[in-house]
Write a protein that binds this ligand. Structure first.
Ligand code: SAM
Ligand code: SF4
Length: 335
């Protein structure tokens, strides 16, 4: 039974946990080099995936028991899950802010249905505006359709539409200004993400990371930026925000490697097969699917979520000697 008033979920470091990243599939129609190998991914068998009812049940417990405020649908590529608008319709009934992260390629044909079903906001991944680099990065020649997906999302009234761009040295770092200009032209905020050691190939090196400082300096040299100061403790936004001096929008940088936002982290994740994780880089997982499939009640689910959050770390330690790479890649965790 749900409590009449949600009880905030506080982790051992006094952070309130209130944002759920819900992975709806481990599959994808792209093979981004920073996420998946070209071949040989082993997909979860159908019966291991959470059903729409199970996904919604977890989300409902998070909202009703703990007052979660945000739910973000992710994957893998969420748009390859069959009947996704049905799930969006179910999740939108919960009253939390409903968002999605997508590679964008299926949005031209799907986004109207998603918006009608209750999706409010979207982040679309676009790391380059050059067709050859796009092909090298995603191993798919789909740049025009991704751009069409961004435009279709704007036309469908999703707000905000943001663009996620992972920046990798020697691959797309020369393009940060072009990407910023693309965002300014469309009134869309760019989110530059430092490359993290979550690639399936395990080839991540620190040298490939382009720092927040360098990204901001490059853009600011052409379109001057001013840091946005957010007064008060504990803003829970992973991105550092910078406004264009001329008033034409803003960018965000997610400095996961050079300046992690762990101190303000308010998020937890559920993988497509129902494993609850308190950090992208967690080693431990908590098996919510088994709780549900062995007849557990909502209170049992809430208790398991609460137990998991009791183990949430202060932060990850990328780049330090005690860092342990998670066994799963970003697509398997749910980015
Ligand atoms: N398929 C969707 C997409 O690409 O937007 C959603 C899932 S994807 C795993 C979520 C986000 O993680 C994307 O913006 C992607 O660029 C980012 N990502 C994947 N691997 C990454 C890595 N190694 N470092 C930083 N960001 C990464
Ligand atoms: Fe697919 Fe997203 Fe991973 Fe690219 S980043 S391979 S689009 S899940």
């Amino acid at each position: 039974m749900s409590p009449s008033i949600p009880i905030p979920l506080i982790d051992p470091f006094q952070r309130r946990v209130k944002d759920l990243r819900l992975s709806v599939t481990d599959r994808c129609n792209f093979r981004c080099v920073y996420c998946m190998p070209e071949e040989g991914m082993k997909w979860l068998p159908r019966e291991e995936l959470l059903s729409f009812e199970e996904l919604t049940r977890i989300a409902r417990v998070c909202v009703a028991h703990f007052g979660f405020e945000g739910i973000r649908i992710t994957g893998g590529e969420p748009t390859v899950r069959a009947h996704l608008p049905v799930l969006v319709g179910m999740l939108s009934q919960l009253g939390a802010d409903l968002a999605m992260t997508s590679n964008g390629v299926k949005l031209p044909e799907m986004v109207d249905d998603l918006a009608r079903a209750g999706l409010r906001r979207i982040n679309i991944s676009l790391d380059t505006l050059r067709p050859d680099t796009f092909l090298a990065l995603t191993r798919r020649a789909e740049l025009p359709r991704v751009i069409a997906g961004i435009d279709a999302s704007l036309a469908a009234g999703l707000s905000p539409v943001k663009i996620n761009a992972v920046v990798m040295r020697g691959i797309n770092d020369e393009e940060v200004v072009d990407l910023a200009a693309f965002g300014r032209d469309r009134g869309v905020e760019l989110r530059f993400i430092e490359f993290m050691p979550l690639d399936a190939s395990g080839e991540w090196t620190r040298e490939q990371v382009v720092s927040q400082q360098e990204i901001v300096d490059r853009i600011s040299a052409v379109f001057p930026l001013v840091p946005r100061h957010r007064p008060g403790a504990g803003h829970q936004e992973p991105a550092e925000l910078f406004d264009y001096e001329d008033g034409r929008g803003a960018i965000g940088v997610i400095p996961s490697v050079t300046n992690p936002f762990c101190g303000n982290c308010d998020r937890v994740r559920v993988t497509a097969e129902g494993q609850f994780r308190t950090c992208l880089f967690s080693i431990d997982e908590f098996d919510l699917r088994t709780v549900m499939r062995t007849g557990g009640t909502d209170d049992d689910l809430a208790a398991e979520i609460s137990r998991a959050v009791g183990t949430k770390w202060a932060g990850h330690s990328i780049g330090q000697v005690n860092f342990i790479r998670p066994k799963r890649s970003m697509s398997q965790i749910g980015g």
